[in-house]
Design a protein around this ligand. Structure first.
Ligand code: SF4
Length: 507
């Protein structure tokens, strides 16, 4: 994607140059905390490889958050989905050798994505919303002491002050009377099923609650709720309300900075190395491709052959698009070109080798045509998909974005994405066949379709049809749940089945 030779331009630094002690010191100051307001842009050069992988890793997190929000998940549920992804893509250890590089990755990836998502109002809104949620989740993951240090280090922006323990005890009655109920509700939300007595709440406030105070005009909305204590022009805010305030501050400042980035963007237009990447990333928020095809574990696909792929045991793992193609192939003993490509490459992706593919397609097609005609008209195309003919390109299965970019199916065609291409009635019939009968769930899926969020509708269907397994395996499958590829749907479904089988066998 990028020119591999480096440009040596007068005045430009090169990333091989050793990091001077001065810069090192500045970086350490900048990366003192595990969370950041990202108000200082990166200063050092990084490789193009880091530029690309760091931004893609952060984007994966934001896509997952976007998908969770679209499925109306609570912050707690989003946090549960995001935690394993955070460990994988954006780890933020509090100490250790990798610490500095992890914080650099976080810092640079945020600024790279600012370049990507500053380009239109819609992209800016999405970025601010998802980064805001990421900020909240990561703030919650900090230890209370780290939260306090982080806030104190940003006191210039936040005009916040933590009150001392003496002040808290001195104003204890007033603080309890104003915010006690709110603190009680928060504790009960965080600990479902546990009742807290007033005495327990008082002890909690005395020993654990950290109040901040700030000018009351900064929190006019909270003043009207009468759940905070006001004294001499200051509002006293308990921990449970602090996250909202700090996240709002973060989002407001990000909004201003994104607009500034947008104004400076034209200066980047001359850089032919990073521009293609930025354009590529901003073209579609769900552009990150599932790509697991070069390292398929043979033991996991040993049961995939021309016979098994026609059985319910395997077909039950197909997403709706592949199911419909398979059904119509069996029904008509034929599929037109686009359908053959979509299904053929999907089957290749699930582990069907070329010999088995030739058997599968020939058995289907020769119910209506002779073997001779099949060999003449279709065999070449199947071998071509496996890189055995023509330019010998090893073609990859189509992802949802590719499928959705193709023309809609015409009469007698069955390729495409059913969430986009089927009529509402027809889609509902298909959902019923998948076992989705609950009207509320059907309405949610149809709502996604109405908003053209087809992959979100598909992810929702996955969640509903795999609810039992997901509940039992919460931790594992939370990772990378958003479906943006038919083969991802298949692989996740099979992984779930396998891990449950393993669990049952070990009991
Ligand atoms: Fe297939 Fe993707 Fe549409 Fe799901 S969203 S049905 S995987 S094309």
């Amino acid at each position: 994607m990028f020119r591999q030779v480096k440009r040596k331009t007068t005045g430009r630094r090169n990333f091989e140059e050793s990091v001077s002690g001065d810069i090192q010191q500045k970086l350490e100051g900048l990366y003192q905390h595990r969370l950041s307001f990202y108000d200082i842009p990166p200063l050092q050069e990084i490789t193009l490889e880091d530029f690309e992988t760091w931004s893609i890793d952060r984007l994966k997190l934001l896509i997952e958050i976007e998908s969770c929000v679209a499925r109306s998940k609570s912050l707690k549920d989003i946090e549960a989905s995001i935690r394993p992804l955070l460990l994988k893509y954006l780890p933020m250890n509090s100490s250790g050798d990798a610490c500095l590089r992890e914080r650099m990755k976080d810092h640079y990836s945020h600024f790279i994505l600012r370049l990507v998502f500053c380009r239109s109002e819609d992209l800016r809104k999405k970025f601010i919303k998802n980064e805001g949620i990421l900020f909240r989740i990561r703030y919650n993951l900090l230890q209370p002491k780290e939260q306090q240090e982080f806030i104190e280090s940003n006191s210039d922006k936040l005009v916040w002050k933590f009150i001392t323990n003496e002040e808290k005890l001195d104003k204890f009655d007033q603080l309890y009377n104003a915010s006690g109920l709110l603190i009680k509700n928060t504790l009960m939300n965080d600990n479902p099923g546990i009742e807290f007595t007033n005495e327990q709440i008082k002890t909690h406030i005395k020993t654990k609650e950290n109040f901040i105070k700030l000018p009351f005009e900064k929190v006019a909305n909270l003043v009207s709720s009468r759940s905070i204590y006001l004294y001499q022009g200051y509002a006293y805010i308990p921990s449970s309300l602090q996250l909202n305030l700090i996240a709002t501050e973060f989002q407001d400042s990000l909004n201003t900075m994104l607009l500034r980035t947008f104004q400076t963007l034209p200066r980047l237009e001359e850089d032919d190395r990073i521009l293609p990447l930025l354009n590529n990333l901003s073209s579609n928020f769900s552009n990150i491709q599932y790509d697991n095809f070069n390292n398929i574990d043979p033991s996991l696909v040993s049961d995939i052959n021309h016979q098994s792929i026609q059985t319910p045991t395997i077909i039950q793992h197909y997403p709706l698009c592949s199911k419909i193609l398979q059904q119509n192939l069996s029904l008509n003993s034929h599929l037109k070109y686009a359908g053959r490509q979509q299904l053929g490459l999907f089957l290749k992706g699930i582990g069907l080798n070329v010999d088995e593919a030739l058997k599968f397609w020939s058995i289907q097609f020769t119910k209506k045509i002779s073997m001779e005609k099949f060999n003449k008209d279709y065999k070449y195309n199947i071998r071509h998909n496996y890189g055995l003919e023509g330019a010998r390109i090893n073609y990859k299965p189509w992802d949802c974005a590719t499928i959705l970019s193709k023309p809609k199916p015409g009469k007698g065609e069955f390729h495409g994405c059913p969430y986009r291409d089927l009529s509402v009635d027809n889609l509902i019939t298909n959902l019923n066949e998948l076992g989705i009968e609950d009207q509320h769930q059907i309405n949610e899926i149809i709502d996604d379709v109405g908003k053209r969020d087809y992959t979100i509708a598909c992810t929702r269907v996955f969640e509903i049809t795999h609810a039992k397994q997901l509940n039992q395996q919460q931790q594992k499958v939370a990772e990378g749940m958003h479906i943006n590829h038919p083969n991802l749907y298949f692989d996740r479904s099979r992984q779930l089945e396998r891990s449950l089988e393993k669990k049952e066998a070990s009991v």
